[in-house]
Write a protein that binds this ligand. Structure first.
Ligand code: CO
Length: 517
């Protein structure tokens, strides 16, 4: 027991500006070059950790910024040598949407640790621990910390007890800490308090919380979680903070004035954050083609629909393109129907896109008349075990439409799953005349066309990063142009797109749905 006279332990502040900050507010477009000038100040602040890699940054860096992902990690590690580095990892999906063989998952983690990654924040879109276990073991074996991550969502089956149970399972699996990941900023302060209190009572490892300011609940939720004993919270730095991002660090410090768990913050640290902010204001302008006022402000619509904020704006655009904007309410009322039938899955990449697409199809063609291949895979167990059982009728329809049987095994062991192992990947790289070291192999496993394009440019004597800078500058210029030049339909923040191949009346259609930040 703690000595009641001793000063309470200060809460740990993490800083996520170099990953989630720009993923949430600028479509993951911040380049390594734009990050380097703030690294020393961030490193000197004494944050518990800096989130520098993972999530969408690996895909986006290669695809849109012309950067080889491990080069960024090396550069940031060198520039921030003191603070532990943290990354977000989608369990068996690594940083992609599909499941990868165990040897590829393990090797990716070993290599990331070798390049300096210290904390792996491991989650699964369905909260299925079987999809997290290999990654957790690999991170621990590589001498890094494995944080078992619980995706927060609200549904009739997601009770406080259920989240606590999941925390206990992840602790038993060997996780070094539990993270409550509230990707949509939906967790109300008092519920956060109940979950944190419950976890602190029933597990021995630290409990961290991650949320977003999307609906205005972020900072108050942190305060409630801190009162309940949470060990660490994730923050950003303005202008890559607040709105759809994490609460700003200075704002959180102000909120905690006189709080017994407020971390000590020197004047030097405030000065460092001012310098970081001043530089990032310039970066924010440079990324003007990818920022949006909607992301900067608090929007309670996300609470109304209980979906990630990015999903709302993407869907408005999609429905406009389909000339179905008058069906917006119908589609959003269909989301809980789809979620219930699919076992109340959380809405996080990629399930948010899959559920949104299915809600759209149900409204357009009639309920379950057209099931997307991805929704069918969820119904049939190919993404993992759902939080509640899948509706039997929907499962039968999915089996019929997809032409395959339901499974109960770990998805990566299912028939027809990905069996491209490290040796195969290296062989393919060598055959294509590309570098065939393990770093290239794990990136090639997930992003083959992007890696090939990257080297094709290099072979033409071009610098992919310089080409990307030109495009981003042109976009910023277009976005800053007078209003008369602006398109009538406001484009959603361009991000990655997920492809749905649908067959309607015997005709094949490819539909692209953007990924919410
Ligand atoms: Co986040």
């Amino acid at each position: 027991m703690k000595n009641p006279m001793s000063k309470p332990t200060p809460v740990i502040f993490n800083n996520n500006v170099l990953r989630d900050g720009h993923q949430s507010l600028a479509a993951t477009r911040m380049s390594t070059e734009q990050m380097l000038p703030v690294c020393q100040d961030l490193d000197d602040c004494g944050f518990g950790s800096l989130e520098t890699w993972g999530g969408a940054t690996i895909d986006s860096g290669l695809r849109f910024l012309g950067e080889f992902p491990f080069d960024r990690l090396d550069a940031l590690k060198k520039a921030c040598p003191k603070t532990p580095h943290m990354m977000l990892l989608r369990g068996q999906n690594i940083v992609q949407y599909a499941h990868f063989p165990d040897d590829v998952v393990t090797r990716f983690i070993e290599l990331s640790a070798k390049h300096g990654m210290n904390i792996f924040r491991i989650f699964d879109a369905l909260n299925d621990p079987r999809n997290m276990e290999v990654a957790i073991q690999a991170a621990k074996k590589a001498g890094a910390q494995a944080h078992g991550t619980i995706c927060y969502t609200s549904s009739p089956v997601h009770t406080v007890e259920k989240f606590i149970e999941l925390g206990q399972r992840l602790e038993a699996m060997g996780a070094d800490a539990i993270v409550i990941k509230d990707m949509a900023g939906l967790i109300p302060p008092f519920r956060a308090k109940l979950i944190v209190e419950g976890l602190k009572k029933s597990i021995k490892i630290p409990v961290w919380i991650h949320t977003h300011e999307t609906a205005g609940l972020g900072a108050p939720t942190y305060l409630a979680a801190i009162d309940a004993g949470v060990d660490a919270v994730d923050l950003g730095v303005t202008p890559f903070a607040n709105g759809t991002g994490q609460p700003d660090t200075v704002r959180m410090l102000a909120m905690m004035e006189d709080h017994p768990r407020r971390p000590e913050w020197s004047q030097e640290n405030y000065d460092r954050l001012s310098r970081v902010r001043a530089h990032l204001e310039g970066v924010y302008k440079e990324l003007g083609g990818f920022t949006s006022h909607k992301n900067e402000v608090v929007d309670s619509d996300a609470l109304l629909y209980q979906v990630p904020g990015g999903m709302l704006s993407n869907f408005r655009t999609q429905l406009k393109e389909q000339k179905m904007e008058d069906r917006f309410d119908d589609v959003f009322k269909e989301i809980p129907v789809v979620r219930e039938a699919l076992g109340w899955i959380p809405l996080v990449t990629p399930t948010s896109q899959i559920v949104g697409m299915q809600a759209f199809l149900n409204v357009k063609f009639g309920r379950w008349k057209q099931i997307s291949p991805q929704a069918a895979d969820i119904a049939l167990g190919y993404y993992g075990t759902t939080p509640a059982p899948v509706n039997k009728e929907v499962q039968a329809l999915a089996a019929k439409q997809a032409g395959k049987d339901p499974i109960t095994c770990r998805p990566v062991e299912a028939p027809g799953s990905n069996h491209t192992h490290m040796e195969d990947l290296k062989k393919q790289l060598a055959e294509k005349g590309l570098p065939d070291d393990d770093e290239h192999a794990v990136i090639y496993a997930m992003f083959a066309p992007q890696l090939e394009k990257f080297y094709a440019m290099k072979n033409e004597g071009k610098d992919p990063a310089a080409e990307a800078r030109k495009e981003i500058a042109a976009k910023a210029q277009a976005a800053a142009a007078p209003a008369s030049a602006a398109p009538l339909v406001e484009a959603s923040t361009p991000g990655k797109a997920m492809r749905f191949d649908l067959t309607v009346d015997g005709q094949k259609h490819a539909v692209l749905v953007e990924e919410p930040a």
